[in-house]
Design a protein around this ligand. Structure first.
Ligand SMILES: [Fe+2]
Length: 338
């Protein structure tokens, strides 16, 4: 019999309902999401997109909660309203009228759309927009994955949903759009002095990037920070581009630069689970990264990880003090030689 994991349902307001999960999530993330989704006073679901729970985290910043259409963890997209433009960080699977929802929340402001990285749960909605920005190291990786038929793996041979129940017709059709790569440190201006900086990290994927909202003093961390598992250092991705950056050493080196700027931001909003984390959490992540790099056998435990895209792999987990774990594989610690 197929191995399944039981996690008690969360009574969320989204129209989509969970069928099954891949790897189980940790208890602190699960309890946090239950409290948030069942009790947060700012949460609203708009008629224009019944799949998205909208949370207002700041006066000018919303978290758009999307259930993951595959078996991995549910996903946060973020919408920041600047003086003249808005920015959407990540696009999910593109389920429902995401663009219409964003327009409703911004009142139709000009919109800059960016991706933290290539994950289908972060970038497949790109086809809803004309132009999307990401790290220069992620452009080919996203193009490699987001193609006609990219959503097919969410359904079985009879066309039934495997992981999450939703109407297939509410997924977007593939269309060409412009994907623009930018270098580390690129500034996006939302009007006046409202600047948001792309901070390239690598680690989880080659072009994985965080976004530093200098005015809002917030970092949007994508999947390099996560209260469940920081799945970084999985090593080179088959068929991937810039594979030399998919490792913990690259992430450690880039995070060290960001940690030197801790006085420029106060809070961290990751791509999954717990949000509004304090900036100095990064010191604990950095400490764990340094320990692994000094001795990759210092892990706390090993787990066979079920991949949403099929198959399993064994990953080593190292605790981050007071938070989560970093999961890595043997070939995901150091950059490849040569
Ligand atoms: Fe993700």
């Amino acid at each position: 019999m197929e191995k399944t994991y039981e996690m008690w349902p969360i009574n969320g307001a989204s129209k989509a309902k969970r069928i099954k999960w891949g790897s189980p999530q940790n208890q602190i993330s699960w309890a946090y999401m239950k409290m948030l989704r069942e009790g947060n006073k700012t949460m609203k679901v708009y008629d224009i997109n019944p799949y998205v729970e909208v949370y207002q985290f700041r006066e000018n910043m919303y978290g758009l909660f999307n259930q993951n259409c595959d078996g991995a963890g549910d996903v946060w997209l973020y919408l920041i309203i600047g003086p003249k433009k808005a920015m959407l960080i990540d696009t999910g699977f593109g389920l429902g009228d995401q663009k219409g929802l964003v327009e409703k929340l911004t009142g139709g402001m000009p919109l800059i759309v960016v991706n933290t990285h290539l994950g289908p749960d972060h970038s497949f909605g790109n086809v809803l927009y004309d132009k999307v920005y990401c790290s220069e190291y992620e452009v080919d990786n996203i193009k490699n994955r987001l193609k006609p038929g990219a959503w097919d793996y969410l359904f079985d041979e009879n066309g039934n949903n495997i992981w999450l129940q939703f109407d297939r017709k509410d997924l977007p059709e593939y269309k060409d759009y412009e994907l623009v790569g930018v270098p580390d440190g690129h500034i996006f201006n939302l009007g006046d002095d409202y600047d948001i900086e792309l901070a390239w990290m690598g680690g989880h994927s080659a072009g994985m990037s965080m976004f530093l909202d200098r005015k809002g003093r917030t970092v949007f961390a994508g999947d390099d920070i996560c209260s469940d598992v920081i799945g970084c250092g999985s090593g080179p991705k088959e068929g991937g581009f810039y594979n030399e950056f998919c490792n913990l050493t690259t992430y450690r080196d880039n995070l060290t630069k960001l940690v030197a700027r801790l006085d420029e931001f106060d809070y961290i909003f990751p791509g999954h689970f717990m949000v509004n984390l304090e900036n100095y959490l990064m010191l604990n992540i950095l400490e764990a990264l340094n320990e692994i790099i000094a001795d990759p056998t210092c892990y706390d435990y090993k787990v066979e990880h079920v991949r949403s895209t099929g198959g399993t792999r064994v990953r080593m987990h190292k605790f981050v003090k007071g938070f989560s774990t970093i999961a890595y594989t043997a070939n995901g610690v150091y950059p490849p030689e040569g």
